[in-house]
Structures are given as C-alpha cells and as structure tokens.
Ligand binder design. Sequence first.
Ligand code: FMN
Length: 318
Amino acid sequence: MSKLPTALQKLALPVIGSPLFIISNPKLVIEQCKAGIVGSMPALNARPAAQLEDWLAEITETLAAWDKAHPEQPSAPFAINQIVHKSNDRLEHDMQVCAQYKVPIVITSLGAREDVNQAVHSWGGVVLHDIINNKFAHKAVEKGADGLIAVAAGAGGHAGVKSPFALIQEIRQWFDGPLALSGSIASGGAILAAQAMGADFAYIGSAFIATHEARAVDGYKQAIVDSTSDDIVYSNLFTGVHGNYLAPSIRAAGLDPENLPVSDPSKMNFGGDAKKAWKDIWGCGQGIGAINEVTATADLVDRLKREYRQARERLQLG
Ligand SMILES: Cc1cc2nc3c(=O)[nH]c(=O)nc-3n(C[C@H](O)[C@H](O)[C@H](O)COP(=O)(O)O)c2cc1C
C-alpha cells in the first residue's frame, strides 16, 4: 500500500465510484460518499456550464449536513472529472468553479496538463489521472499528477487492452503513490484482488449504472442486469477512441455489433456530438455478470462491503 493523501485515507471500502458521462449526477455522488466510497462525476455532466456551481453547492452542503448528523460515519470525499482534451472548451470555466469549492479530488482524463495539476494543488486538492499504459503513466506523473488510475482491458467507456496484472505490475515497479485499478470490478472479491495486485483502490463504473440514483434510462439499467461479458463490444467507432459498449444498444441503433467499421481517430470529439453518441450507444464494462438487480447505491455498496469482508475471511486476512 502506498502513502495516501489525507483525502483518500479514511474510506469505508477502498473504492472510487468512477465518473460516468451523462449518467453521474449529484444524487449518485452523494450516495456514494455517504456510503464511504469516493463518489465522482464529470464536470461536463452539468449542462449548461452554470449548473456546475449549483451541483457543487448541493454536494458540499448535503455532505456537510450528513457529517454533522453522523460523526461516527463520515462521508468520503468526492471527485470531479475534467476531460483535458482540446475539444473541451469548458475546461477553464469548470476549473474556476472547482477552485471556488476547493474540490478535494480532480480526476483528469484524455491528456495530462501541468497547469491543471498546479491549479488543483493550489487549493489543496489531489489529482488522479487515468492512463491505459505505462508510458502514459510516466507522462502523467512527470506532469504532476498525484496518483494514477490504471484503466485495464474490459473497462466500461474508453478502455485499454492491457491485462490488469501487467499494468499494475509495471506501474508499481517505479510508482509508489496512490494507484486505482479500473476495469470489470463489480464484486467485493475483485476489490480485494485489486489490492492484492498492488493497487490501493478499485475504480468502479458500470456497476453503478444499475442503481436508482444513476441518470440512465430504465432500458440501459436492465440491459446491465441482463447482459454478461459476451454482450460487450470493443470499438472506436463512436468517439474515435476505443471503448466498450453494450451490443444490444448497437443493434438498436441499426448497426451490426459483429461487423462495425473502424473510425478515424482524428475525428475524436468530446463536445456536443459525444453526448449524442453516448446517449444511444451504451458504454459498459465486462464485469456486469455480477450485477443481478437494479438497486439503491447504498445497497450496492453494502453488498460490496459484505463480499469484501467475506473474501478477506476466506483468505484468513481477518
Ligand atoms: C457509460 C460510461 C461513461 C463513462 N464516462 C467517463 C467519463 O466521462 N470520464 C472518465 O474519465 N471516464 C468515464 N468512463 C470510464 C469510467 O470512469 C471507468 O474507467 C470504467 O467505468 C471502469 O470500468 P467498469 O465500468 O468496468 O467498472 C465511463 C464509463 C462508462 C461505462
């Protein structure tokens, strides 16, 4: 285990609920944090941009009230995800709002930027940067990220192709800072496995789509319950970057998931068009075989805690 920044030291379970484009919202983040795991959402989910301030006010005020009423069970810190890619023309505005609320953790994706890292450090925040290989991991740390999120094969949304074993092993040979593992984690045993491998946290996304709080249509939530890894398709057609998607949503859009054309990466876009693509084509990781019902976020985290405890007992870790 690495030495962790204070914000990440006292979680009830070593889990970060990952940011989900369109789907994450204050309700989901608040329930994740109340349950003792880091809750997060992309800044871009607040639309128009002015809504971000209202959302941060809602999250900080609700969690402060919770902490006052439940000193024995304090909330975990929350995180805001910034897409650092050049197509995100809201970055400056959204960073200013994050500074105003001294957001405890900022998750950066699709590019590492020194100025963004310095800005977060100026208000005492922690930066976690997501990467899909060891080369990008080095780059992120050189540019000042405090911690890394290793996005392995099988992760929902934009995902890499590396085995989690290879990725964590290579990163841990030189990096002893905070490290989260992302990709197909949806059970308490898998959280413990991530730690056994050398990660500090499990980074979980798709499992939270099938919760009452997630801002996804019922058909999407039910598809996660009904599907398995056999239904996940890896393609770069929809955003120009390779990612994992639910085959039924691709079929519903009139495409054959088994014969998708390859897209032109220079057309990469995370602005308005991305929203259209992600609304109809449902991002999802391979770990959803563990999701058997749509539940409250609190119940999902309870299950993960119970399974994590059982896995520790089974291995006689106490
Ligand atoms: C529908 C969907 C939307 C996502 N949107 C984002 C995003 O906006 N920003 C980001 O950094 N990661 C995004 N991700 C990736 C997740 O944060 C995370 O890496 C992934 O969900 C972990 O794998 P899992 O889904 O198998 O748990 C998204 C994933 C999904 C499934």
